[in-house]
Design a protein around this ligand. Structure first.
Ligand code: AMP
Length: 512
């Protein structure tokens, strides 16, 4: 589809001086395409379906007109009763909620409206207090919002504008029922804005059920990360990925690197190991308390932490200005996630680099990614890290892995045998000295690379399960090969990305 070339200025969009002033202070000179198209539609009071990813400027696209609409009826009263929730923004993740609310405060600096943030993983009381003081614009994740509804600490009966941000992510994360419940609590007469990067059938069905003749704006494909971001893949043995990462960070003097791994425990472990090697790293994932996540993110943004190791869900919606390097330490099982990951860098035309570590088992995953992007990623071997070669400077744990093929048990065995011979697992992991007293370990064991003889996609999945089992064993946690979605309590489980059906492209038409 041919996209309209837009050369609008902020002044011509009909925004008030207070908002233009805040925008200018941000250094924005021109609206992004989603802003140019969405702002007049929202100001006109119409429902809007926006096909836009994070990184397109969509937050200002809905926040600015929303502030204007509510601001025209703002009151300076301090009475909570005069500040009912009039705009509700729902986001899938806490990080995105925090960023949206920050944008509301930034763009609303010169408008007298009150905003608040409500998400899980932190205490209810400060949120209850904030809600009691009166809130015009509430930014919330669905689960915690419903907790407040249940405790009658929030009243949504006066909501005039509803924004569903990253609706497809909400669907992926299993929030659709929560969303339906929330919709049922809102007044029927209201303005609805829905933003989504993709429009699977379920989103379309949802949208048609609650939106009124929405105007469609679509810009998301404009900034395909595949075009903006320099991409390279390094073939490397799985056991040497950490060493390669430390090598690249040190030799290239990378200052700010976002590293994606598949599991929360893998994230913790990698961050600890890198820090031990003198590369200051931290981890961000769904098992961390929200304040620890916020702190990790802030320290990374400030440059105090050099490497932030993240899982896909935790990194969703992260907005870090000019993030120069993204590393796919583990390739994602769903090719679309690769595109989301590398979209963290190269934003707004900034130069970014996405580096992928590809073990032999992950080659089918890389091939799927290339098919999705319809382009090849340059394959570059780093000298000294050629697959199949040993480290000249082995890490403390590499020899252990190489000398202990018997640790490649089936995941189910690990689950059934949390301890062997009465030894704590930590001791079991500690290497050769235990093996002398355990003759059964000398029995022929399956070769470490047996699984590589499996068909490639199965081998990759198998290897991923083994890796997760090992990581969990290291964290002393039971291994659940297919963790099921848990009931709604926050923090939310990170969904098994491999269970998500691949996404389709945009199905929306042009502007109506
Ligand atoms: P978003 O897609 O809303 O997460 O925005 C992505 C980034 O673009 C944020 O860092 C915004 O500060 C920035 N941004 C939003 N609007 C503009 C604009 N008109 N010009 C330049 N940067 C912008």
């Amino acid at each position: 589809m041919q996209e309209k070339v837009i050369t609008t200025s902020f002044d011509s969009l009909g925004l008030k001086a207070e908002l233009l002033r805040a925008v200018t202070e941000q250094g924005y000179t021109q609206p992004t395409p989603i802003q140019a198209q969405a702002i007049p539609v929202v100001l006109a009071g119409k429902d809007l379906l926006g096909a836009a990813q994070t990184g397109t400027g969509k937050t200002a696209g809905f926040t600015l007109p929303l502030l204007q609409l509510l601001g025209s009826k703002a009151n300076g009263s301090h009475s909570p009763a005069r500040h009912p929730v009039r705009a509700l923004v729902i986001t899938p993740t806490r990080e995105l909620a925090a960023q949206v609310e920050e944008s509301v405060r930034t763009y609303g600096k010169y408008v007298s409206l009150k905003s608040a943030l409500v998400y899980g993983g932190v205490g209810m009381q400060p949120q209850v207090d904030a809600l009691r003081r009166g809130v015009d614009i509430l930014v919330a994740t669905p689960g915690r919002l419903l907790d407040h509804v249940q405790q009658r600490t929030v009243d949504l009966r006066q909501v005039e504008i509803l924004v569903l941000d990253e609706a497809d992510r909400m669907l992926d994360m299993g929030f659709i029922h929560d969303i339906r419940k929330i919709l049922a609590l809102l007044p029927a007469k209201r303005q609805n804005l829905l933003f989504s990067a993709t429009f699977p059938d379920e989103i379309r069905k949802l949208a048609s059920a609650f939106m009124h003749s929405p105007v469609t704006v679509e810009v998301a494909r404009r900034n395909t990360p595949a075009e903006l971001v320099a991409q390279v893949a390094h073939p490397v043995d799985g056991a040497r990925k950490r060493e390669l990462l430390a090598h690249l960070v040190k030799t290239n003097d990378w200052k700010q690197v976002l590293v994606f791994v598949r599991t929360k425990h893998g994230a913790n472990r990698l961050a600890q190991q890198l820090t031990r090697e003198g590369v200051h790293a931290d981890a961000i994932h769904g098992n961390k308390a929200q304040n620890a996540r916020t702190r990790a993110l802030n320290e990374f943004k400030d440059g105090r932490t050099r490497v932030l190791v993240a899982t896909d869900i935790a990194a969703r919606g992260l907005d870090i200005e000019a993030l120069p390097h993204v590393v796919n330490y583990d390739l994602p099982h769903v090719a679309e996630d690769y595109v989301h990951r590398i979209g963290r860098t190269g934003r707004a035309g900034a130069e970014g680099e996405a580096v992928s570590f590809v073990s032999v088992e992950e080659r089918p995953l890389m091939a799927a990614i290339e098919r999705l992007m319809k382009r090849q990623v340059e394959l570059k071997t780093i000298a000294g890290f050629e697959p199949g070669t040993r480290s000249a400077n082995p890490s403390p744990e590499e020899p252990r892995r190489q000398r202990q093929p018997q640790r490649q048990r089936r995941p189910q065995q690990q689950q059934r045998q949390p301890q062997r011979h009465g030894q704590p697992r930590q001791q079991q992991r500690n290497g050769p000295q235990q093996r002398h007293g355990q003759p059964q370990h000398q029995r022929p064991q399956p070769r470490r690379d047996d699984h590589r003889r499996l068909p490639a996609p199965i081998a990759a999945e198998h290897e991923a399960q083994l890796r997760e089992a090992r990581a969990r064993a290291a964290m002393d946690e039971p291994y659940e090969p297919q963790a099921q979605a848990q009931p709604r309590t926050e923090p939310r489980p990170e969904p098994r990305v491999s269970q998500r059906p691949p996404r389709r492209g945009f199905l929306l038409g042009g502007n109506k």
